[in-house]
Design a protein around this ligand. Structure first.
Ligand code: AHN
Ligand code: ZN
Length: 337
């Protein structure tokens, strides 16, 4: 009896231990599974920070409040300092690249390219561009043609979107390096019927300088996105000719992201003419494949925004919905890398 009792006791003990072992194996298996699912989910669902259009709008207001940002002017100087400080406050590495230029009207001007870098030591980088100066004349207006413009959309909007992206880059580190490059003197180009002798390459002086003298030796970015006139109500963007020549795959990448997140009304799959803009020099001199997201208006003669180079390019020309469409698209592209 005693032997038989012991036998049944040890059988019970054996069963007990095998049960514990069984539970342990099962739970460790399911833990492993959980982990696998989590890493997969983390890879698929990258958390994209929220682009705030009110914030982008306020950054445009701030620039416009300085007055026209015409190169070498007092408003221009104040705005340059504001942009530098703002980017520093978002913990970027900030560098102001300064030089002197002679414009088509034979004047000497100062030029400040403002460059903000995130994760500067990474080789895998994306460059985001906009111009921060505003035009010295209103040559497409009917009145006050000689007075400088506020350039809320033309100049202000691209910078506003990029400042809001900088605010987000500071909150959530992306997996690639990002450079935000604000070109100066894009808009001091020679007007039509100018009394001065024709000057080639009179536009985009800041991007020409930077493309020949990048802020860092051997600087390279795998691609670039230029934002120009990205704030007007109902704006549409097409596959601009120069972008399509140098960086068709980047157009595809950006447009498909825009469609994926619901902005097909803004980003139209249609080719448009070549536009001389900062990206031309970034592509042809610096060799960085770069696209231009620039408004295409089918109803104007120039195909630019209806208030282009007029005094109506003020805050009334800015729509938060458009800023959101562009900002969310670009930010989603960045965080999908
Ligand atoms: C042309 O006038 C052909 N390009 C000028 C591009 C531009 C001016 N973007 C903003 N302002
Ligand atoms: Zn312009």
């Amino acid at each position: 009896m005693a032997v038989a009792g012991m036998q049944s006791q040890s059988r019970i003990q054996f069963m007990k231990y095998s049960y514990i072992l069984f539970v342990l194996i099962i739970s460790s298996c399911s833990q492993k599974k959980d982990k696998e699912i989590k890493t997969k989910a983390e890879k698929i669902n990258v958390i994209v920070p929220k682009f705030n259009a009110d914030s982008a709008y306020s950054f445009i207001q701030k620039q416009v409040d300085f007055g026209p940002r015409v190169i070498s002017s007092e408003s221009w100087r104040k705005c340059s300092r504001y942009l530098e400080k703002k980017l520093l406050s978002y913990n970027a590495n900030v560098l102001v690249q300064k030089t002197q230029v002679t414009t088509y009207d034979n004047k000497k001007h100062e030029l400040n390219n403002i460059i903000a870098s995130y994760l500067p030591n990474l080789n895998n980088r994306i460059a985001l561009f906009a111009h921060w100066d505003s035009r010295h004349i209103a040559d497409h207006d009917t009145v006050n043609k000689e007075a400088p413009i506020l350039g809320a959309n033309d100049g202000g909007s691209g910078v506003g979107v990029l400042l809001e992206i900088a605010r987000n880059l500071n909150i959530q580190t992306p997996s690639i390096g990002v450079d935000i490059i604000l070109f100066d003197a894009e808009d001091y180009g020679q007007p039509e019927n100018s009394k001065y002798p024709v000057m080639n390459n009179s536009w985009c002086l800041g991007s020409q300088y930077w493309s020949k003298n990048p802020h860092k030796k051997e600087y390279f970015a795998k691609y670039g996105i230029l934002l120009d006139m990205v704030g007007a109500q109902g704006a549409t963007f097409r596959h601009e000719g120069i972008s399509n020549f140098y960086a068709q795959n980047i157009l595809e990448k950006v447009w498909s992201k825009a469609h994926e997140i619901g902005y097909s009304n803004y980003f139209v799959y249609q080719k448009s003419a070549e536009i001389m803009d900062d990206h031309y020099y970034v592509n042809s001199i610096a060799g960085i494949p770069t696209i231009d997201i620039i408004e295409f208006d089918p109803f104007t003669k120039t195909n630019f925004n209806k208030h282009w180079h007029t005094h109506q390019d003020n805050m009334d020309n800015i729509s938060k919905e458009t800023l959101k469409a562009v900002g969310e698209t670009v930010i989603n592209v960045l965080y999908s890398e």
